[in-house]
Design a protein around this ligand. Structure first.
Ligand code: ADP
Ligand code: MG
Length: 461
């Protein structure tokens, strides 16, 4: 076909000449009249020439054009179109079908390109590390997250055997097990980035083709550091609660046993021991109450009952309630204010709890004869509640930790003053659910000031 189509028209003319000459040679045997012979041969020449020109125009040329278009398409130029005068039905049909074909291929290639772009964007933005390993064990793909987790660049992994480039023994083991058992495998491991310890979960899965033959393996690596930290915190929390409950229980048990062993007969001892039992009972009750408050605050569906609160009145109230306690310690508890009312919206009992806990601490951690000052001001859309003391202060290292549950700078002192170690954790929670913030200033042996900022209206939250 290619051979015919590429012949120039002149070669056909030559071929016609040869045919006419042969015909002339043959006819000259039969036809004697030279004129008739010449006329016949002329007519034959022109008829043949006419037919060849038509055939060339209608079929050969369009076909060679079609072949060119197909060549273009084969070279992945899906925008190549077959353009030719509609000289015959066949050419029209060939043209429309060829153009439809290249249009479909163009659409298909755009779709394919889009899909592969989507896929690579997805792979690169997925928040887990991904590694694709081929049948022969060569790494075919690692995504961006994997690189941020384990360092290096794409080119350091892709094209290498997995056991040469994936540093962790756990990766090697996982891939081997995936290939061996042709099943999903799950492992966890830890890894240091600098001095930080990170925890990961790696899931390996085989990639099967339609015939269920393993074509490779995929590793998905999740960062489970946060989860692990939560788990550790929970374990710590349980250990702390158990410890803080065990101390008063042991004490109660001990004194009760002594009483049962005869201590009860001596009125004086009995009174003393029962007082201790009573105090330890109170301590347990406080701890359990604080735990309940915290657990309620941590509930997902916590509802705050907002109401209009006069901050001045609230502080006066609390100062009055805790006045007695301050007096026992000979502490000068004062409330500085110039205004009669400063209104804001909050869950009253909860904000009251914040103020109680702060003043409580200020009294607890201030020596006899010291000062505790409470103040409230409004700046724009924010209420600022402040509690200052001239007490023992908090050292710089402990400052960031005092809002943690059960964290006490001086455990013995906190226990002695009846602290549960949960007061500030509760404060922080309540302030956070009100979308406020806390600031703390402290200097050892000089004193501490804690500022609480709360939005004046819940609509600002
Ligand atoms: N006003 C303060 N002055 C000095 N230290 C404080 C003050 N408030 C809190 N702290 C320190 O922060 C720790 C945590 O406080 P908190 O959560 O209320 O627990 P606690 O039950 O021990 O009072 C306290 O044990 C104490 O060491
Ligand atoms: Mg406290």
């Amino acid at each position: 076909m290619k051979f015919i189509s590429r012949q120039p028209l002149s070669s056909y003319v030559i071929a016609i000449f040869i045919i006419v000459t042969i015909t002339g040679g043959l006819l000259s045997q039969i036809v004697t009249n030279q004129i008739i012979l010449a006329v016949v041969l002329f007519m034959q020449f022109f008829i043949l020439l006419f037919l060849v020109v038509r055939f060339h125009r209608d079929y050969i040329k369009p076909l060679s054009k079609a072949v060119e278009t197909v060549d273009e398409i084969l070279n992945q130029n899906y925008y190549a179109r077959f353009q030719y005068a509609p000289v015959s039905e066949l050419v029209i049909e060939l043209g429309t079908k060829l153009n439809r074909l290249s249009k479909h291929l163009a659409e298909f290639s755009i779709q394919e390109q889009m899909q592969s772009e989507h896929l690579s964007t997805l792979i690169d933005h997925v928040q887990s590390g991904l590694v694709l390993i081929g049948k022969k064990g060569y790494v075919e793909l690692v995504n961006r997250k994997f690189l941020t987790m384990f360092g290096n660049e794409q080119k350091d992994y892709v094209g290498y055997l997995y056991y040469h480039v994936l540093d962790h023994a756990i990766f090697e083991e996982t891939v081997q097990n995936v290939f061996l058992y042709e099943k999903r495998v799950k492992e966890t491991f830890s890894h240091y980035i600098g001095t930080e310890k990170y925890y990961y979960e790696v899931i390996g899965a085989p990639i099967m083709n339609e015939q269920n033959i393993v074509k490779g393996a995929v590793l998905v690596i999740y960062d489970i550091t946060e989860l692990k930290k939560l788990e550790l915190m929970r374990k710590d929390f349980v250990a702390n609660v158990s410890h803080d409950l065990k101390t008063p229980i042991t004490s109660i048990k001990g004194f009760a046993e002594t009483l049962l062993d005869g201590g009860i007969d001596d009125k004086e001892t009995a009174r003393e021991f029962l007082t201790i039992i009573h105090q330890e009972g109170n301590r347990m009750q406080e701890l359990i109450e604080d735990l309940l408050v915290l657990s309620r605050l941590e509930q997902e569906d916590l509802i705050l009952h907002y109401q209009k609160v006069n901050a001045v009145e609230l502080l006066q109230d609390v100062v009055l309630t805790l006045g007695q306690q301050a007096e026992w310690k000979n502490i000068n508890l004062t409330f500085e204010n110039d205004l009669d009312e400063i209104w804001f919206e909050a869950d009253l009992p909860r904000v009251k709890q914040v103020v109680i806990n702060l003043i409580h601490n200020a009294i607890n951690y201030t020596q006899e004869g010291g000062d505790v000052t409470v103040a409230v001001t409004r700046k724009d859309d924010t209420i600022q509640l402040s509690v200052s003391d001239t007490g023992i202060g908090i050292d710089k290292e402990s400052l960031p930790r005092i809002f943690e549950r059960f964290y006490r700078v001086d455990k013995a002192r906190s226990r002695y003053t009846g602290g549960t170690g949960l007061g500030l954790a509760i404060v922080k929670h309540i302030v956070e659910v009100h979308k406020g913030k806390i600031e703390i200033d402290s200097e050892i042996n000089k004193g501490t000031t804690i500022h609480v900022y709360l939005p004046v209206s819940k609509d600002l939250v």
